[in-house]
Design a protein around this ligand. Structure first.
Ligand code: MC0
Length: 143
């Protein structure tokens, strides 16, 4: 069902400071930046590796509201790994299959994600404490 690790999402307090650190320390480069009002984040995808299809990324997430998922996570845990995003070819099919296993879905239908992807989250209480995201990347030319 999963095709690769699409990205690891990391909660940060200051996006620009964290981007600079990843660029300087690890030599990563920013592939895309976006404000996602619905998710309450200002975020950047930093390209890590080429993979077929898609690639893999580190996603840096700064909350734009204290009561957003990342804002609450930061207040509780400080900066650190927030979620793992797995690539899937068919996010709706994957959601149905996973729900059929009794896993609670945060999103019953896909939402808009970074770089035009269709995304959906699974509840961390049913996934071993790891907030898990399904990512169906935008088809080429769709962005
Ligand atoms: C919360 N919990 C987590 C967690 N966030 N556990 C592991 N990893 C996380 N990231 C745990 C809390 O510690 C708490 O446990 C319980 O879940 C309830 O948390 P809460 O924050 O008090 O309660 P809710 O229900 O308001 O929120 C939890 C929920 C939410 C997972 C539903 O965070 C959510 O909807 N997340 C999905 C959306 C999201 O994270 N968006 C930001 C990334 P205890 O034991 O204290 O009960 S957006 C993104 O990444 C997009 C842009 C993209 O990839 O393209």
């Amino acid at each position: 069902m999963f095709t690769r690790i699409d990205h690891v999402g990391i909660a940060v307090r200051d996006l620009d400071t964290s981007i600079a650190w990843y660029e300087t320390t690890f030599g990563l480069t920013v592939a895309a930046r976006e404000v996602n009002e619905e998710q309450g984040v200002r975020e950047a995808m930093l390209f890590v590796a080429e993979a077929a299809p898609g690639g893999s990324y580190v996603q840096l997430l700064e909350p734009i509201r204290d009561d957003s998922p990342v804002g609450k996570f930061l207040a509780r845990n400080g900066e650190g790994v927030h979620h793992v995003g797995y690539g899937v070819d068919d996010v709706e099919g994957a959601l149905a299959a996973i729900a059929g296993q009794g896993v609670r879905l945060v999103d019953k239908r896909p939402r808009h994600g970074s770089m035009g992807a269709s995304i959906a989250f699974l509840h961390p209480k049913d996934t071993g404490g790891v907030l898990t995201e399904l990512v169906q990347q935008a088809s080429p030319g769709a962005m």
